[in-house]
Design a protein around this ligand. Structure first.
Ligand code: ADP
Ligand code: MG
Length: 294
């Protein structure tokens, strides 16, 4: 395309809140064959809320005590799931426990100490790593996940004491925006660090057939590379620090405007409105720009 038609295209996209950082991205966008979408904060709103607190039989705690422990750990974390726990504790007027030796375990959860006792809070893989038996509550966790909620396990001294579930609402227009992409012949794939069952439930709700769950943060970019090796022109859309390497590697990286600065800096295009409709809008402008020069 001529520099002039690219400028016009960039301007046109900006009108619908799609900020295009370079002309090359605008031209490549029309060739995207696969769009990879991050789940949390991209398809969903990224503001999870606590929905269920299940105290296990061996526990001597009540719901509030369990939340005091979980929030005591999570107030040291910056994960969106952590925010949901701390917010709930605050809104219920629960005094958080003062824990020590906080440690975040990437893609798994968090650990800390209270009065010399070890506390763990996170996913099934975290429990497995520390040898916490979750057998008796797996059916319960599975049921919560099937409702598109993310169940998190809380253990004290390697004994499961609670499951706390959070749900992150799907953006109201995600399904429609994804349908638009599919309609234009683009394959849509979801990538998430969240567990298999929760991912399946969210994917089904927004009409995505292909998804990869329990993807470790460092493996998101590898997935993009894999698709490129299969000959796909890959668009990647994300909001988190975790997504930055994948956004940089993709043929066209799209950042959610309300996401982290690192994601925005790594992407070629920013969706200022946060809506996934910006993807189909950008691709339409790209196609129009290329048509104009023929
Ligand atoms: P994503 O942001 O896509 O969910 P992450 O790799 O950040 O991916 O997290 C993967 C999973 O690890 C989460 O779904 C959750 O189960 C667990 N996890 C990560 N961080 C925390 C945390 N601070 N508290 C509890 N669980 C966590
Ligand atoms: Mg995200």
């Amino acid at each position: 395309a001529t520099p002039m038609s690219v400028m016009v295209g960039v301007g046109k996209a900006a009108e619908s809140g799609v900020l295009i950082r370079n002309g090359e991205a605008l031209q490549t966008a029309s060739k995207i064959s696969v769009m990879v979408l991050d789940k949390t904060g991209t398809i969903t709103q990224g503001s999870p809320q606590v929905t269920d607190v299940v105290v296990t039989q061996v526990s001597s705690c009540g719901e509030d005590e369990v939340l005091a422990l979980a929030a005591g750990i999570e107030r040291h974390s910056e994960h969106p799931l952590a925010e949901a726990i701390v917010e709930t504790a605050n809104s219920r007027g629960i005094q958080m426990e003062a824990v020590e030796d906080f440690n975040a375990i990437s893609g798994r959860g968090v650990e800390a100490k209270l009065n010399g006792q070890t506390l763990l809070f996170g996913n099934q893989a975290l429990m497995q790593d520390f040898g916490v038996d979750t057998q008796a509550y797996q059916a319960k966790a599975q049921q919560l996940a099937a409702e598109a909620k993310t169940p998190m396990y809380l253990a004290q001294e390697n004994e499961l004491i609670a499951i706390i579930a959070v749900a992150d609402p799907i953006k109201p227009d995600s399904a429609e925006a994804i349908a638009r992409l599919k309609h234009s012949g683009i394959k849509v794939v979801m990538l998430t660090g969240d567990n298999q069952a929760t991912a399946a439930a969210v994917a089904a709700k927004v009409g995505i057939e292909t998804f990869f769950a329990e993807v470790m943060p460092q493996d998101k970019a590898s997935k993009v590379a894999e698709l490129q090796q299969e000959g796909e022109v890959v668009g990647m859309t994300g909001d988190g620090i975790n997504d930055a390497p994948a956004l940089a590697l993709a043929n066209v990286g799209f950042a959610i405007g309300t996401g982290t600065d690192v994601a925005i800096e790594s992407a070629d295009i920013t969706l200022m409105r946060g809506s996934l409709h910006g993807l189909a809008d950008a691709i339409a402008v790209s196609k129009a720009t290329l048509r104009n020069i023929k």
